[in-house]
Design a protein around this ligand. Sequence first.
Ligand code: SAM
Length: 281
Amino acid sequence: MSNTLDREFKFSRKDFDYISGLIYDQTGIVLAEHKFDMMYARLARRLRQLGLFSVKEYIAYFSSPEGKDELPNLINAMTTNLTRFFREAHHFETLGKESLAASVRDAARLGQKKLRIWSAGCSSGMEPYSIAMTVADSLPDLSAWDALILATDIDTGMLDRAKAGVYAKSDLADAPPSVRKKYTRRAPDNQLVIDQKLKDLIRFKKLNLLHQWPFKGSFDVIFCRNVLIYFDKDTRDKLVARFVEKLKPGGYLFLGHSEALAGEKAGLENVGRSSFRKGGA
Ligand SMILES: C[S@@+](CC[C@H](N)C(=O)[O-])C[C@H]1O[C@@H](n2cnc3c(N)ncnc32)[C@H](O)[C@@H]1O
């Protein structure tokens, strides 16, 4: 915690406790004491936009009728959205070589080419687009499939970026060059735009994972990576149990590396680093 006197805006421990309590109640994100400076930096940007002079003033604004629509802005400011194309690349290998290969076998057996994948906590879209690239590469007859990738996040700013599908070339540095070439086109300022065919595979939706999940049906694959890490153990365990319920028998769950323990305890088969499979197929 650095000296309060150096700060552009007044920010007290009481302000910190108020905002971290609110964020925990609304999103499940735990902002412990060592996040004091991080919270300040993120709030400062919002205070400047609103022309306010202290966090206390911001809290008063938030609680007033004028601030009734402020909650999404506060949540957007408090989420951590770090992501990359093909982050933890071995998950995409397992997706292509094991999970999608199994879906192709099931489709032949059942006479139904249906695929449902969920990217839960999709941030700016790099994860669901990496999934879409893997799907398009693994299923040459993709147009014959009823395939859908649901991509959800609580952060509306990130969802807007995800829907636009425009990224700096450097964001795709970890994408296999052949995939990058096939599924993006050049845009001004050294940017790349995602191919419309991939965009059409994805439905981006705002969803708070703590709330009810308003979709019927179950998933062949769920990605929820580097999201649970911000929650406490109880919330993590409850969410993983809900993911397991939403998976089809034989379906795959991919978690972040530091979140693997929650998967191990959920009675899933461990099929690789932070990769799990539901039994019963
Ligand atoms: C670090 S990013 C992870 C992005 C991507 N899954 C990856 O691994 O690269 C975490 C995302 O979780 C989202 N998030 C945090 N709490 C959430 C909640 N309660 N419901 C839905 N999304 C949430 C954040 O907005 C953020 O975009």
